[in-house]
Design a protein around this ligand. Structure first.
Ligand code: 5GP
Ligand code: MG
Length: 171
C-alpha cells in the first residue's frame, strides 16, 4: 500500500482559516451549534471552530454505514445522538468527507427534524463525482477526485487518522 500527499498541513490550515472566517460572517447573530460527525471530522471540527469568532456550542453525532472498509453499503444508522436541544439554533453539521452523499443526507434529515432554525453543512473534503444521491454542502474545504484518502481524521480500518496531512491511499 502506498501513500502520497494530497494536501499539506499548510494548505489545510489556510483553507480551514478561510472557512472559519466565512462561517463567522454567515452565522453572526445566531445561536450556533457545531455538530461534529464522529469520528472522522474530529480534527477538522476542532480546527474549524477555533477559527470561528462567535460563541459556538459543540455537539457530536455518530452514524454508521455498514459494509467493507473502502466502500459504504448504503445502510446508514444513527449510532450516537446529539445531546443539545437544537430548537431555534443554527446548526452547522461538520463532516470529514462526502462521498456517495448517503451519510450526509441521513444526518441532515435527522437534524432538520429536531427543530433547528437553520441547518448548514460543512465538509472538509468533497467527492462530487462519487454521489449516489444528490447532496450539496454549504461549505467545502477541497473538492477531490473519487480516490481513497486518509489522514487529518480520515481512516482506513481505524488507521492513519492521526496523520497530520491528507494522503491518497493506493493499493
Ligand atoms: P458517504 O455516505 O458520503 O458515501 O460516505 C461518507 C463517509 O464514508 C465519510 O464520512 C467517511 O467516513 C467515509 N469515506 C468516504 N470516502 C472516504 C475516503 O476517501 N477516505 C476515508 N478514509 N473515508 C471515506
Ligand atoms: Mg464521516
Amino acid at each position: 500500500m502506498g501513500q502520497t500527499t494530497l494536501f499539506t498541513r499548510e494548505q489545510i490550515d489556510n483553507r480551514v482559516t478561510e472557512m472559519g472566517r466565512q462561517i463567522s460572517t454567515d452565522f453572526a447573530g445566531t445561536e450556533m451549534i457545531a455538530l461534529c460527525v464522529l469520528k472522522g471530522a474530529v480534527f477538522f471540527c476542532a480546527d474549524l471552530v477555533r477559527q470561528v469568532s462567535l460563541d459556538v456550542a459543540l455537539d457530536f453525532v455518530q452514524v454508521s454505514s455498514y459494509g467493507n472498509q473502502k466502500y459504504s453499503s448504503g445502510v446508514v444508522t444513527i449510532l450516537k445522538e446529539p445531546q443539545l436541544d437544537m430548537r431555534g439554533k443554527a446548526v452547522l453539521i461538520v463532516e470529514d468527507i462526502i462521498d456517495s452523499g448517503l451519510s450526509m443526507r441521513e444526518v441532515f434529515n435527522y437534524i432538520e427534524g429536531r427543530g433547528a432554525s437553520k441547518v448548514k453543512t460543512a465538509t472538509f473534503l468533497d467527492k462530487p463525482k462519487a454521489r449516489k444521491v444528490p447532496f450539496h454542502a454549504d461549505y467545502v474545504g477541497f473538492t477531490i477526485e473519487p480516490q481513497f484518502v486518509v489522514g487529518y481524521g480520515l481512516d482506513f480500518a481505524e488507521k492513519y487518522r492521526n496523520i497530520p496531512e491528507v494522503q491518497v491511499l493506493s493499493d
